[in-house]
Design a protein around this ligand. Structure first.
Ligand SMILES: [Ca+2]
Ligand SMILES: [Ca+2]
Length: 175
């Protein structure tokens, strides 16, 4: 049996940005642009996406962070979470598989909390064309005091291996 060609393209892309950028009074908005290509379109119903950020900030409830897909829709990662504490997102892995959500976690101390579920699930991104310009959008919504620095961002998008009718793996070049 010869099945029609299926799959193709990369099933996993990891995008990393290590350019430190200030966020606070000026500018209060920072965008990290991730141009992705070669991913299987549309993004699989079993796709897994994660976002890890290293943000130092002395009042994390100032921050709103969104992940924009290439079609300009977005999911909210965090919005006025983290309270008055320092550096709670300095290395946080946002993943749907975390046991606690950023919106309900009871922040009590300075220091990183990881992993956390984002406010909106990454599963909302399934079915979209993943090829194009992704954007991680940071806003300090209270610029006058308590600033931050975005030191590193890692966006990972992974389609799961799916089996074809003939038993072959769909994503032969799964990495
Ligand atoms: Ca503080
Ligand atoms: Ca601020």
């Amino acid at each position: 049996m010869t099945g029609a060609p299926c799959g193709g393209g990369n099933s996993k892309i990891v995008y990393e940005d290590t350019t430190p950028q200030f966020v606070g009074s000026n500018p209060s908005i920072v965008e990290k642009i991730a141009p992705l290509s070669g991913l299987t379109n549309p993004l699989s119903p079993t796709a897994i996406s994660t976002l890890q950020i290293w943000l130092t900030h002395t009042w994390n409830a100032d921050m709103t962070i969104r992940l924009y897909a290439p079609d300009s829709s977005y999911i909210t990662i965090t919005n006025q979470d983290g309270g008055v504490y320092d550096n709670v997102f300095d290395g946080t892995l946002f993943t749907d598989s975390a046991s606690s959500s950023v919106s309900t976690y009871y922040f009590l101390n300075d220091g990183v909390v990881s992993p956390l579920k984002p406010r909106d699930p990454f599963t909302n991104l399934r079915g979209k064309n993943p090829n194009g310009q992704w954007k991680v959008w940071f806003q300090d919504t209270y610029p006058p005091t308590d600033d931050g620095n975005i030191n590193r961002v890692i966006l990972m998008i992974q389609g799961k291996v799916e089996k074809m009718k003939n038993g072959k793996k769909k994503n032969d070049n799964y990495k």
